[in-house]
Ligand binder design. Structure first.
Ligand code: ASP
Length: 361
């Protein structure tokens, strides 16, 4: 009789050992897979994480006043704390990305929303995109003049339309139907951006027709920084990325940059990472920057840091372009990589550790 009691106990013990063995086997597989992939980043380092940028370019300490520097740092911190709070409370990465970008869009400091740069015609034409790493669904809008927060329009395109990208008047019509906040075009006027347009126009006055495009003049290409972007990983392991911009000062002919192009300015995939770009858009489109980083992780087994370095320090400059990215991978590793003198940026991990930066060092 006594022995009979021991039988189920022994069975339980046996089963327990077996499941332990299974666990060990799985762990070993994961470890050896990581070794094969040469990725030291295969372990979850953050349950959730968020990284933002406010544009990359020739941002030099000597050109920045102490007040300006403090204002940028404060706004970056305010924005990232909004997203971090959402993630901490179990909100989705998509919501965190959208709300964080709204703070930056509503500030005149950045080339997005309120602070958008001017086109050659003296208008403001805004681009934005957002991507959901879980479903690979995406939404984008280009060339809008009356939508206060283009990132909200991008999200509405993703969720409430059968399309991925809408542009111009059609996009504005859709925004109206979606009851998004519309503003008069004059809402986007800021004196500093208008003066930048005047400077750029004066600088190109003696140029030939071909060189009058914003894209061939090194003095002009730097009149663009301030694009904003956000990437986030939420507690459910879902990644999201979003980017919003006014594009480049003096752009013309309905020029659209990389920011609203999925794979160039924005990309998110739960299998790899979420990326938001900023920089000289033409090159970021040609290098397919955001997707390329994900693809290097996916197909070549690179870590996020390695993939970002390859694209930003080699591929883009080899083509002649400049700029940077912020990214977070599925394990919560965060990267802020740029090949310019500076990039407005901030990151916050699950423990609440905050970093804010502007210059390279
Ligand atoms: N990438 C943006 C564009 O080319 C500009 C920027 O990031 O500053 O439109």
């Amino acid at each position: 009789m006594k022995n009979l009691i021991y039988v189920p106990l022994l069975m339980l013990l046996f089963l327990n050992c077996k499941s332990d063995q299974n666990t060990i086997t799985v762990e070993q597989e994961t470890t050896s897979e990581a070794a094969k992939n040469n990725t030291s980043e295969s372990k979850k380092v953050n349950e959730f994480a968020i990284v933002i940028h406010g544009g990359a370019g020739t941002i030099l300490r000597e050109n920045m006043s102490a007040e300006d520097e403090a204002a940028y740092n404060a706004k970056l911190e305010e924005a990232i704390r909004v997203g971090h709070e959402i993630l901490k409370n179990g909100g989705t990465s998509l919501y965190a990305v959208e709300k964080t970008i709204n703070v930056l869009e509503n500030s005149p400091l950045f080339n997005a929303g309120k602070g958008a740069v001017f086109t050659n015609a003296g208008t403001n034409e805004l681009d934005a995109s957002i991507m959901d790493g879980k479903t690979l669904n995406a939404g984008a809008s280009a060339g809008t003049k009356t939508v206060k927060n283009p990132i909200n329009l991008a999200r509405a395109v993703m969720e409430n339309s059968p399309h991925v990208m809408l542009s111009g008047e059609g996009a504005e019509l859709f925004a109206k139907e979606q009851e998004l906040e519309l503003v008069e075009p004059s809402y986007f006027y800021t004196e500093s951006r208008f003066k930048a347009l005047e400077r750029v126009k004066a600088a190109e006055a003696n140029k030939t027709a071909r060189d009058k495009t914003a894209f061939y003049d090194p003095t002009i290409k730097d009149s663009k920084f301030g694009t904003v972007g956000c990437v986030a990983l939420d507690k459910n392991g879902n990644l999201a990325a979003g980017t919003s911009t006014g594009g480049m000062t003096n752009k013309r002919w309905g020029r659209i940059g990389d920011a609203p192009i999925i794979g160039a300015g924005t990309y998110a995939n739960n299998a790899t990472c979420a990326v938001s770009s900023t920089g000289w858009g033409e090159y970021f489109i040609r290098a397919m920057v955001a997707h390329d980083i994900s693809a290097l992780m996916d197909y070549k087994g690179l870590s996020l840091q390695e993939a970002a370095r390859e694209v930003i320090q080699k591929k883009v400059p080899d083509l002649g372009g400049d700029g940077g990215i912020v990214a977070v991978d599925k394990n919560g590793n965060m990267v802020m990589e740029f090949n310019t003198a500076g990039m407005y940026r901030a990151s916050m991990d699950a423990s609440g550790k905050l970093t804010v930066g502007i210059y390279k060092d």
